[in-house]
Design a protein around this ligand. Structure first.
Ligand SMILES: Cc1cc2nc3c(=O)[nH]c(=O)nc-3n(C[C@H](O)[C@H](O)[C@H](O)COP(=O)(O)OP(=O)(O)OC[C@H]3O[C@@H](n4cnc5c(N)ncnc54)[C@H](O)[C@@H]3O)c2cc1C
Length: 507
């Protein structure tokens, strides 16, 4: 949808500023409760922090360890909602293993980790997540450990402790699924539209492509701009913390199917993870560094962070990785609420819904995993403060586009497409909406050795609001995470984007 279609001085119930996981979640919550909703995103869906995460759907174990019981419980409940009802098609159960290798763990640390894992299991049970979906904690022998992570160090390996968590095929795809589902419930989703002069009941919307401006009046305005929240509402004080991941070829670790969890020397609660990813890579992360000063569009990892990640993970690998193995790296800023002193790692991951004297409602903090609860709290606040005509929240029962139970979902077994075998990678990214992708174009790969199809690129433009090659390379797909891959695919992506753009966004 285009900005001018709203009409000048448009009146709506709710204006949502920011198209990350939080804003897209708020738009879906509001639209599905019957509110006339507009979401504006200054750049593209998932342009901000939401695409730089570890892509885990956390059960809350790490918050339990730091005594944040409320966040831990909320995470486990939301993980259950995501994995059983709203987005099971985008999430798989990921075994996370801590290898038992002499010298890797400090004395007593294995027992501590085991206790923590069992506490995580208790959280899983209280959230009602079945063991068939997320298997319970166990210890495995050295053979099984090697099969799950072939690159693990084997001298003295006594096996591993294993716990399971949820893993998204990709974080940006969750945001796109949320935005599309919101649009199906009537929300207008506008990208390349920046909100300026935001008050509790109005904003100036600027189309960053054409420069056109428009005034909008709303019953309520929700600021969901994450790490940029203080720019929209100057009463908000954040303390951004940078988290960095690097990417290596999955082959460098022997194509692992489980995550390797390596304790950071000198800490009892910090770990570095080697997480298997789509597109044949492993992501190794992550850091937690104070990042004061102006918020950059795209935060950059430092060499010191990359060296720290390589050094830590190498302690658990048979063959050490070097800087030359690093195929790409990315960093994101956590939108943490400033609580004064202490390290950013100690700041609560709890979310907050705040109203400023002007009436702007800001929702900030939290996690990707808890976006739905954040959205519910923000819309509940807007409804209560402004008397908006909304039904009760029901997003915990609302399947996202592509999920089983969504009205347009059609399950397609791997290998059963009308035009030949459907790649498993395409099904993992689109679930029950894969049939829409098949109708959009050819199943040939966009470039040799990349398991993204030409059809997915066309579908991104026709149905997912991608407006240029960068939207496709960096957010609808994650080809752009490795610069060489992006260069190989760019020309074909640009051609398909140009071809499809005439057709517009069909929603
Ligand atoms: C390194 C790292 C790893 C993480 N790993 C995990 C994980 O594994 N699991 C998990 O649950 N959570 C994880 N998190 C946390 C999670 O990623 C964030 O909490 C979440 O993505 C924040 O989303 P958001 O929508 O609030 O912000 P963002 O995604 O940053 O969205 C804000 C949007 O607002 C837009 N915007 C800004 N100003 C304006 C304006 N004036 N007008 C219009 N639009 C505007 C921006 O362009 C941006 O797209 C991680 C975070 C980091 C940094």
């Amino acid at each position: 949808m285009e900005l001018h279609a709203l009409g000048d001085d448009a009146r709506i119930d709710l204006l949502v500023v920011g198209g990350g996981v939080t804003g897209a979640g708020v738009a879906l919550d509001a639209a599905s409760r019957g509110l006339r909703t507009v979401l504006v995103e200054a750049r593209d869906l998932a342009f901000g922090t939401s695409r730089w995460s570890s892509k885990l759907v956390h059960g809350g174990l790490r918050y339990l360890a730091s005594g944040q019981l409320k966040v831990a419980r909320e995470s486990a409940v939301e993980r259950n909602v995501l994995m059983t009802r709203t987005a099971p098609h985008l999430i798989r159960a990921l075994p996370q293993l801590v290898p038992l290798i002499p010298g890797l763990l400090r004395p007593g640390q294995a027992a501590l980790i085991r206790t923590g894992f069992h506490a995580g299991d208790a959280l899983r049970l209280t959230a009602g997540t079945p063991g068939a979906l997320l298997p319970r904690v166990r210890r495995i022998d050295a053979d099984r450990t090697r099969r799950l992570v072939p690159g693990v160090r084997t001298d003295g390996l006594r096996g591993a402790l294993v716990a399971h968590d949820g893993q998204l095929v990709d974080d940006a795809r969750l945001v796109v699924a949320l935005a599309r589902t919101a649009a199906q419930y009537g929300a207008s989703v506008l990208t390349r539209v920046r909100a300026e002069r935001v008050t509790g009941t109005s904003a100036r919307l600027v189309d960053t492509l054409s420069g056109r401006e428009l005034a909008v009046r709303a019953g309520a305005v929700v600021n969901a701009t994450g790490v940029w929240a203080g720019e929209v509402d100057t009463s908000i004080r954040l303390r951004p913390s940078r988290g960095t991941h690097l990417l290596v070829d999955a082959a460098a670790l022997g194509h692992p199917t489980a995550a390797l969890t390596v304790p950071v020397p000198g800490s009892t609660s910090r770990f570095v993870f080697a997480l298997p990813q789509q597109l044949g890579r492993v992501a190794i992360g992550l850091t937690d560094e104070d990042a004061p000063g102006p918020v950059p569009d795209e935060p950059q990892p430092t060499e010191a962070e990359l060296a720290f990640l390589l050094d830590t993970v190498n302690a658990a690998l048979a063959t050490a990785l070097t800087r030359a193995d690093v195929r790409g790296a990315y960093a994101g800023l956590r939108p943490l609420i400033d609580t004064g002193d202490g390290s950013t790692a100690d700041i609560s991951r709890e979310h907050a819904v705040l109203e400023n004297p002007d009436g702007v409602i800001t929702v900030v903090g939290g996690k990707l995993t808890t976006y739905r609860r954040m959205a519910q709290d923000a819309v509940d606040t807007a409804v209560r403060l402004r008397g908006l005509p909304a039904r009760a929240c029901w997003t915990a029962r609302l399947p996202l586009i592509g999920a089983p139970g969504h009205r347009d979902s059609r399950p397609l077994p791997t290998g059963a497409g009308p035009a030949g075998p459907v790649p498993a990678s395409l099904l993992a990214r689109h679930g029950g909406a894969a049939h829409e992708v098949l109708a959009a174009g050819e199943l040939a790969p966009i470039a040799e050795g990349l398991d993204v199809t030409r059809a997915e690129v066309a579908h991104a433009v026709r149905h997912e609001g991608a407006l240029d090659a960068a939207d496709v390379l960096d957010r609808r797909t994650r080809i752009g995470l490795v610069a060489e891959d992006a260069e190989r695919a760019r020309k074909a992506v640009e051609e398909i984007v140009a071809e499809c753009l005439g057709g517009g966004w069909e929603g």
